[in-house]
Write a protein that binds this ligand. Sequence first.
Ligand SMILES: Nc1ncnc2c1ncn2[C@@H]1O[C@H](COP(=O)(O)OP(=O)(O)OP(=O)(O)O)[C@@H](O)[C@H]1O
Ligand SMILES: [Mg+2]
Length: 251
Amino acid sequence: MRTYGVSPAPTDKDASGIPLLQIEGLSKNFGTRKILALDNLKIEQGAAYALTGINGCGKSTLLRILAGLERAKIHHARWQGEPIFFAPYPQTIRRAVVYVHQHPVLFSGSVMHNVGYGLRARGLPRDVIEHEVNMTMRWAGIEHLRLSAIHSLSGGEVQRVALARAKVLRPQLLLLDEPTSNLDGAAREMVIALVATLITEGRSIVMACHDRDLISLPNVQRLKLRDAQLEVRLPKNHHLENNCAPNFEEN
Ligand SMILES: Nc1ncnc2c1ncn2[C@@H]1O[C@H](COP(=O)(O)OP(=O)(O)OP(=O)(O)O)[C@@H](O)[C@H]1O
Ligand SMILES: [Mg+2]
C-alpha cells in the first residue's frame, strides 16, 4: 500500500498489548499552583478516552502537554514501548500526534487549502494530496465548501474543517479539545457523528469534553481530572481490563 509517510488508517486494535503512550510521573504547575500530578497515564492503541472535569481543572493543559505545546515535568515516558523524552518533543511523535484546538484557527485561503496544508508541509506528491484531501473533505461533509473562504464559514463548518485537517494526517493519537463546545443543533450532531467514525476506525483519541453525547459514544473510556489527578471511570458495559477499579459515579 502507498502511504507516503502518512501512517495508514488502523484497521484493528494493536494486538501487541503495548500502550501507544505511557507516562509515569507527570507534573505541571503554573506558578505555585499545582495543575497536574499524575502517577500514571496510559493511552492504549486504538482506544478512545473522554477527559472530563470542571472548568479550569487542567484538561486543555494536559492535551497541550501531550501534543508537545506545553512543558511539564515528566519522570518517564514510553511511546509504543520505546523510552522517549518530551523536551525536546521528538519530531517522529510530532508527526504522529495532532491536537485540535477548542477554537480552531484556520489559515486564510480556501477550505481545500486548509485541509491539504499539513500534507503539503510533509512534501507529499500533488496527486496524493489531492486524493487524500478530496476523500477527507467528503468524510467531513465539506466538499461543497472546498473553495469557500475561511472567514465565511459557520462555527460548525470551522470545526469540521479542523477535524478534516487533523484526520487527513492520519495521526496515531488525536487530541480533541472540546470539539462540540460552541455548537448546537445539527452542527453539533454532525461533529459527534464524525468523532464516532474516528473512534470506529480505531484511532487513539483523547477528547476533553463536557458533552454527554460524546462521553457516552460506544467504546469511550472516561478519565476524570480532579484535584490534579486522573480517575479512570469505566462505562457500565465495559469489560474490566488492567485491574482498573470501576467507578460508575456521575460527575
Ligand atoms: N499559561 C498559563 N499561565 C497561567 N495559568 C494558566 C495558563 N494556562 C492555563 N492556566 C490555568 O490553569 C488552569 C487549567 O487550565 P486549562 O485551560 O487546562 O483548564 P480546562 O480544564 O481545559 O478548563 P475548561 O473546561 O474551561 O476548558 C486554569 O485555572 C487556567 O487559568
Ligand atoms: Mg479547556
